[in-house]
Design a protein around this ligand. Structure first.
Ligand code: NAD
Length: 297
């Protein structure tokens, strides 16, 4: 493979911008692209070279990272007009860090491999703060020897973990979003029982947090429910997107996931009420409306 003397970065949003800036801070040479000019200009001002299209970025860099909203955006950046595929060549590597459908990762990987290039899927967990601190959890799928070539770069943005072949990073991310969504709903449901029974939910939180029911979700989301503090964080509309990818995958596998279906309906109900840009901890609001209670202190 070509020496990684330059890294391409496409998708400079809430997550991609701080991730790209961390690579610059570590002394990496970057060529970047985004369809939003203000986002692009900000990272160029921080020291990156301005790219003019995904194809131009791929032509200039042997390693390209993408951090885009969902499957259609990644497909467009890879296969669309002036897409990465038109400049893909033997030895080149695409690492897609967006959270997308695993089947799409596999489809795009096959197209790139037909041109002699390689692809990893490497979605992340952690949100904007961990993107800024360079402490994301990165879940990697693809050929292990390709992971070995880019691990040092990934670990400048967080801690990477190799899972298995292409699409396995996305499967890990879908499992992550399943666990998180159901866990937050469980926090809201449990705290609703405390409130309705006349027991202070915050006292219950303090009583249970050190036991088996303790979790990072409980620690982050229960205090938000007690304060009615639902600024994101991780937005309901992104979690709906991820659960939609969970359901697309589980349908293809004929796997029954009843709890995901329930949480999806709760999140759709919140979106119908105009709450789609709130933090997913706003599942507390769903239970408040359902039971005509308040979880606030
Ligand atoms: P975002 O919407 O803030 O950023 C996406 C960027 O991609 C935008 O700047 C947009 O202009 C750009 N883009 C879209 N289409 C493009 C195209 N065709 N060519 C070039 N650029 C294009 O999204 P985000 O919050 O940064 O999330 C990115 C991914 O990371 C998503 O898959 C999301 O689910 C995942 N994720 C987000 C968080 C979070 O807390 N925000 C946490 C973990 C994972």
């Amino acid at each position: 493979m070509e020496k990684i003397d330059k890294i391409g970065f496409i998708g400079l949003g809430i997550m991609g911008k701080p991730m790209a800036k961390n690579l610059l801070k570590a002394g990496k040479s970057l060529v970047v692209f985004d369809v939003v000019d203000s986002a692009l200009s900000e990272v160029v001002a921080a020291g990156a070279e301005r790219g003019t299209s995904p194809a131009a970025v791929a032509a200039a860099a042997p390693l390209v990272l993408t951090m885009l909203p969902n499957s259609p955006h990644v497909r467009e950046v890879v296969c669309g007009k002036d897409g990465i595929l038109s400049s893909a060549r033997p030895g080149q590597i695409l690492v897609d860090m967006s959270s997308i459908a695993p089947l799409v990762s596999r489809e795009l990987c096959a197209l790139l491999e037909a041109k002699g290039a390689d692809m990893l899927d490497a979605p992340v967990s952690g949100g904007q703060e961990k993107a800024e601190n360079g402490t994301l959890a990165i879940m990697v799928g693809g050929k292990e020897e390709i992971y070995g070539k880019v691990k040092d770069v990934l670990d400048l943005m967080g801690k990477s973990n190799y899972v298995a072949g292409i699409g396995a990073g996305q499967i890990a991310k879908l499992v992550n979003q399943t666990l998180v969504g159901i866990n937050i709903a469980a926090v809201a449901e449990g705290m609703s029982l405390a409130r309705k029974a006349g027991v202070d939910p915050e006292k219950v939180f303090n009583a249970v947090r050190g036991g088996l029911a303790g979790s990072q979700c409980l620690e982050d989301k229960a205090p938000r429910m007690f304060e009615g503090r639902y600024n994101p964080g991780f937005r309901i509309n992104l979690h709906i997107k991820d659960l939609s990818n969970v359901q697309e995958t589980s349908r293809a596998l004929h796997l029954s996931m009843p709890l995901v279906a329930q949480v999806m309906e709760m999140m759709q109900n919140l979106a119908a009420d105009g709450h789609e840009t709130l933090d997913h901890g706003a599942l507390g609001l769903f239970y408040e409306k359902l039971n005509n209670i308040s979880l606030k202190k």
